[in-house]
Design a binder for this molecule. Structure first.
Ligand code: GDD
Ligand code: MG
Length: 351
């Protein structure tokens, strides 16, 4: 069976003010009645296919994780707490070391982010099984989404020759390219977006980390061997874990490995990383507006208006986001959605 590994330690600053340091986007209900984290848990809850999941997060979110799993009546194999944020390479390496202890080194792990929506139909699970079969051949498997625009916030995967399982070898993996490069790759036609999910054996992941990111592997493995367990939580050793470089798995490993594979993935996938992405996947009315909560829109087009508190009235605007949380309001152009993270940094520095 596959061991799910859910990464739920990100801050989600581009969705401010609904996504806050105290409750980032993966833990809030901003569309529908489940959180993104809960949707992710549900996708890996089939006991025929999956073991109980391992969740990676930090001290601050540990009760949110435990409570949201309990709401769904789902058992977790472990909640692994990172003493400091060292990004996804260290988190995944730590999970692989823990899985080696709990399930053996040949265990196949399915790494999932908790910040995108997937339509988990039969096509999706066909892709998951194909990825598992390909991971059993020693590959680091990615899921390739057909790009619709030259987005710069994603990894790009160039597909190569077919492998025996039906997946494809990866010729090149390019994380977060500049716009011009992204335009070239989308026009080229043989590139996919990286979905943010991976499938590999714990042994293969650790071996390749040792080769391409030895400092990450060493820090993570030692942090696991010196970890402490209390009730539901496993705490990584802070001295060792903090020695890991702060780098994502995409840069640390996927851009470098010669063993990457891609499963072409025709299921519906949408990243919910920024307000323009939320607007794109939302239910648009005849004026192109997506709204939630208490709102009135007059002569307003192609906008996202969401309130978790006050009544919002918008008149005569186009292509804007107006978002109200309990204690803050954001107003901006949807085209500036990628910049909200910078605004949040500024706010934090003014405190
Ligand atoms: N536990 C833990 N610890 N989780 C983390 C950490 C960390 O230090 N940092 C990030 N995460 C979680 C986030 O909460 C998210 O669910 C996931 O890991 C991915 O992190 P992001 O920071 O959102 O990455 P990204 O969106 O910039 O890029 C990744 O995802 C894209 C698709 O959404 C890359 O894999 C891209 O290649 C990919 O296209
Ligand atoms: Mg993301």
């Amino acid at each position: 069976k596959i061991v799910p590994v859910i990464m739920a330690g990100g801050k989600g600053t581009r969705l401010w003010p609904l996504s806050r340091a105290s409750a980032p986007k993966q833990f809030i209900q901003f569309i529908g009645d489940r959180t993104l984290f809960q949707n992710t848990l549900e996708r890996v809850s089939d006991p025929e296919l999956y073991e109980a999941p391992i969740v990676l997060t930090n001290e601050e979110f540990r009760f949110l994780v435990a409570e949201q799993a309990r709401e769904l009546d789902l058992k977790l194999a472990a909640v692994l707490l990172e003493p400091v944020a060292r990004n996804t390479a260290a988190a995944v390496a730590a999970a692989a070391a823990l899985i080696t202890d709990l399930f053996g080194k040949d265990a196949i792990m399915h790494v999932l982010g908790s910040d995108y929506e997937i339509h988990a139909n039969a096509t999706y699970y066909d892709c998951v099984r194909l990825a598992r079969d390909t991971a059993l051949q020693g590959k680091l498997v990615t899921f390739g989404i057909t790009p619709t625009e030259p987005a710069t916030g994603y990894g790009y995967i160039e597909s190569g020759k077919a492998l025996p399982t039906g997946a494809h070898a990866v010729k090149r993996f390019v994380e977060k390219p500049a716009l011009e490069k992204a335009q070239e790759m989308v026009a080229n036609g043989s590139f996919y977006w990286n979905s943010g999910m991976f499938m590999f054996s714990a042994a293969q992941l650790l071996a390749e980390m040792k080769e391409y990111a030895p400092d990450v592997e060493k820090a993570a493995s030692k942090a696991v061997s010196k970890s402490t367990r209390d009730l539901d939580f496993t705490r990584l050793d802070a001295d060792h874990f903090s020695k890991s470089p702060d780098i994502s798995i995409d840069y640390a490993l996927m851009e470098k490995t010669a063993n990457a594979a891609v499963v072409p993935s025709p299921f519906t996938w949408s990243d919910l990383g920024s307000w323009d992405a939320v607007w794109k996947v939302g239910n648009r009315d005849e004026s192109g507006n997506v709204s939630a909560g208490s709102t009135t829109l007059v002569n307003t087009k192609n906008s996202l208006v969401m309130s978790h508190s006050l009544h919002i009235a918008v008149q005569g605007l186009e292509d804007v986001a107006v978002i109200a949380s309990e204690d803050a309001v954001y107003v901006g152009h949807l085209k500036d959605s990628q910049e909200v993270g910078k605004l949040v940094k500024l706010l934090a520095s003014e405190k």
